[in-house]
Write a protein that binds this ligand. Structure first.
Ligand code: HEM
Length: 129
């Protein structure tokens, strides 16, 4: 049965567009990863101000392998190579990188993240045109 891993991202006001652009630019990178099934970047509209990255994997081993891969580390270099393994973690320090000084242009858009994990129990999908 598939597993769902959700990265809950804190994004300060004014950085959301940057975050969305960065995801859009990299969306294709994960598509060929073994065991990857889908991901959605969800923009909050009600009840929370956190962004969610909802990802679906064949099994936990596939997800763990991707998290430990060079591809993941490369794609998340802005989080200083560290990925959340559960619990609260700082996602980066906007504008705080060496030689920075232009917050808003570089550094991570996110200021924190948390990983949630689930097993899929029941699924249904609607018809797509
Ligand atoms: C559940 C799986 C995932 C985890 C645990 C995770 C981890 C993180 C973390 C900790 C951040 C914030 C730190 C940072 O800014 O670099 C982040 C941001 C980001 N992630 Fe992921 N991620 C996941 C899935 C994905 C997927 C599927 C993609 C698309 C290929 C992706 C692409 C990005 C991008 C583009 C950012 C924005 C960097 C920024 O400007 O803040 N992530 N991710």
């Amino acid at each position: 049965m598939s597993v769902v891993k959700i990265n809950v991202i804190e994004v300060p006001e004014g950085r959301a567009e940057l975050l969305e652009q960065r995801f859009a630019a990299r969306a294709g990178e994960v598509e060929t990863v073994d065991g990857f099934e889908s991901f959605d970047l969800l923009r909050p509209t009600e009840g929370t101000d956190k962004y969610l990255v909802v990802t679906k994997w064949r099994d936990d081993a596939s997800f763990q392998a991707w998290m430990n891969s060079d591809a993941f580390q490369r794609g998340h270099a802005q989080s200083q190579g560290s990925a959340p393994s559960g619990g609260e973690q700082g996602g980066g320090h906007p504008g705080g990188e060496p030689g920075g000084g232009h917050p808003g242009a570089s550094g991570p858009a996110a200021t924190g993240s948390q990983l949630w994990g689930f097993e899929v129990v029941t699924s249904a999908t609607g018809q797509r045109p």
